[in-house]
Design a protein around this ligand. Sequence first.
Ligand code: FAD
Ligand code: NAD
Length: 404
Amino acid sequence: MKRPTILVLGAGYGGLATVVKLQKSLGTDEADIVLINKNEYHYESTWLHEAAAGTLTPEQVRYDIKRVINAEKVEFIQAKVEAIDVNEKVVTSSAGTHTYDYLVISLGFEGETFGIPGLDKHALAMANVKAARQIRDHIDYQFATWSLEESKDDSRLTIVVGGAGFTGIEFLGELGNRVPELCKEYDVPFEKVRVVCVEAAPMVLPGFDEELVKYAVGQLESKGIEFSIGTPLVEATEEGVKIKTGEEEFEFIKSRTVVWAAGVRGNRLVESSGIENMRARVKVEKDLRAPGFDDVFVVGDCALMINEEINRPYPPTAQIAMQQGDKCAENIVALLKNQPTSTFVPDLKGSVCSLGGDDAIGVVFDKKLTGTKASFMKKVVDNRSLYMIGGIGLVMKKGKFDFL
Ligand code: FAD
Ligand code: NAD
């Protein structure tokens, strides 16, 4: 009898967690597991702010997928997925067409620009490791050019960060540490540099613990970072950004570097897949299947689940993506054995927001943490995710031990 094919799209946290659990749970004769990913490597999306600021190299945030998969059980295809058609049960990629018995969509997030004019063209975003490297190189180039040119264009030394959510704040934390290094490297006076965070909501890290937010803002301001709060960014141009400062009032900030960190959506391929979705996110059933498609699972940032306690979606996080991958594999194995699937219940341990180096804020197991304790927890979380995918070997190779 033909073995069933399990096709997993995307080797991020959700996809790799699925594959790692499947390869542990199934024998070689039980299923053909196929993993398709754009690159031959996985990158840690949760470390992209470090690669973007230049405090980690792109190489440090990625590792070879073949390191963590069992080639006897999993066929890895490096290809770009181009289309998904769940009605015809076919996936098209740059390597050809692929059929499946079970499909796992784990293609991750894309930046959301909300249709704000000029952002697509004039802003950079930490969407993946290549985009993060582009931000680092762009900032380096602006500093180098300012240093070299006769007619000093100070907008080269102004960095605008759009959005003070977790991504924006973590990036600012890294920049706070990186800017003094850049100044030294490129002979730029520190007082010439401006790093401005523009946030639409009335507070930084909307919805997070206010005491911790106050700590974070104080720490970042002490590194010279400015905050413009309650002032949505409404347009980006080649010269900078326009922000709304009042009912009919606007301000223009001249800047050659605009980093957009104001929200994410699911991967656009979901929108044309035939599955009902909202901004490329699928409101999945309790067992993580797509509504109406018993053979399709969606995990990670392409999935949407409502937290019934507060009647709001769970935030798209790596923490949830990995847990979903685990449950998705468990449910596929159950289906292969003609057993019932089970419900995914997130096990949230808290959240930690890095402020760069050995500083952070967080709520872990309902306990508030700041400074080195919070930063230690963040590194433990980072190392834990490496451990869960690639075991101790991967932790030793890629882990963060600078707290030792
Ligand atoms: P991803 O990790 O985005 O992986 C998607 C994979 O699909 C990638 O390998 C990509 O290359 C591949 N892919 C995409 N398109 C294609 C295609 N067309 N063809 C083939 N392959 C494709 N969450 C936390 O829980 N804790 C944190 O500390 C944290 N920090 C973050 C910091 C930053 C700077 C950012 C941006 C996000 C952070 N998050 C954090 C959120 C977290 O990164 C995401 O929720 C998580 O990456 C989602 O996992 P995923 O598996 O759905 O997708
Ligand atoms: P987000 O949606 O959490 O935050 C985006 C921020 O941008 C919000 O504060 C919003 O008010 C602001 N914004 C929106 N439109 C704006 C505009 N026009 N002008 C100015 N500001 C505007 O997005 P994110 O920070 O990218 O996070 C995405 C997901 O990844 C979240 O689920 C987050 O929890 C997760 N994440 C987690 C961590 C962590 O746990 N350490 C780190 C990064 C991201």
